[in-house]
Design a protein around this ligand. Structure first.
Ligand SMILES: [Fe+2]
Length: 223
């Protein structure tokens, strides 16, 4: 295993250390690989948990990370399809939220959907007439699961692979909540969620100073 792919986060001893000492940047951990899962085989996109850091009320925007946001720039794009993997869904509502480059969300209070926040690295957007979306953001940092989360006590301290949370809604399809991961992330193997859903891991390409990745989404028809 190359140095780039070796785990670099040690278990932390305190809540403060969880959030400020152990989080890390992805750096050059991920290699460029072709294609996306949804275009290779027609399967519904797998769901995943909402996670403890969802907040209701994020603003509409496609630029999640402003120019001053630290981290490796990432252009994330894709198409939302119906269950045939061919029919694009215009006007689908997408909500995205993620940690910053150091693995920190804009709140450190898990499980409070309505806490007032500045909504950093969160946003809502709509797919265009071709079912496509694109956001500008940064690569999220990894973070350890904090202690004391009801139902997740046994995972406290486990470093989650880097991920971006996504919710997708369309009027005639089943809403989907999921997370996307990044191929080559060594923390996927031990993650209780990502390890069973390898199709949610996308490849990244280097384009100048930016990375880019494609995450196509296939929703189940609701009738
Ligand atoms: Fe998360």
């Amino acid at each position: 295993m190359s140095d780039d792919l070796k785990p670099r986060v040690k278990p932390a001893m305190s809540r403060r250390m969880f959030f400020h000492g152990s989080a890390m940047v992805l750096g050059g951990a991920f290699l460029a690989m072709p294609a996306t899962a949804a275009t290779q085989a027609c399967r519904l996109t797998k769901s995943d948990i909402l996670g403890p850091y969802y907040r209701f009320g994020a603003p509409f925007r496609t630029q999640l990370a402003g120019p001053d946001e630290p981290g490796d720039r990432l252009i994330l794009s894709g198409t939302v399809y119906s269950s045939d993997c061919r029919t694009p869904l215009p006007g689908a509502l997408i909500e995205v939220w993620q940690a910053n480059h150091a693995g920190l969300y804009d709140t450190d209070k898990p499980g409070n959907f309505t806490e007032a926040t500045t909504f950093r690295l969160r946003g809502l957007l709509l797919t265009n007439e071709h079912g496509k979306y694109e956001i500008e953001t940064i690569l999220p940092g990894r973070y350890p699961i904090p202690p004391g989360l009801p139902g997740l006590e046994k995972y406290a301290g486990l470093t989650r692979p880097a991920h971006i949370h996504i919710r997708i809604m369309d009027s005639l399809h089943v809403p989907l909540t999921t997370q996307l991961y990044f191929k080559g992330d060594p923390f996927i193997a031990n993650d209780p969620w990502a390890r069973r859903k390898r199709s949610l891991a996308i490849a990244l390409k280097q384009e100048g100073k930016r990375r880019s990745g494609v995450f196509d989404i296939v929703l189940a028809k609701g009738l």
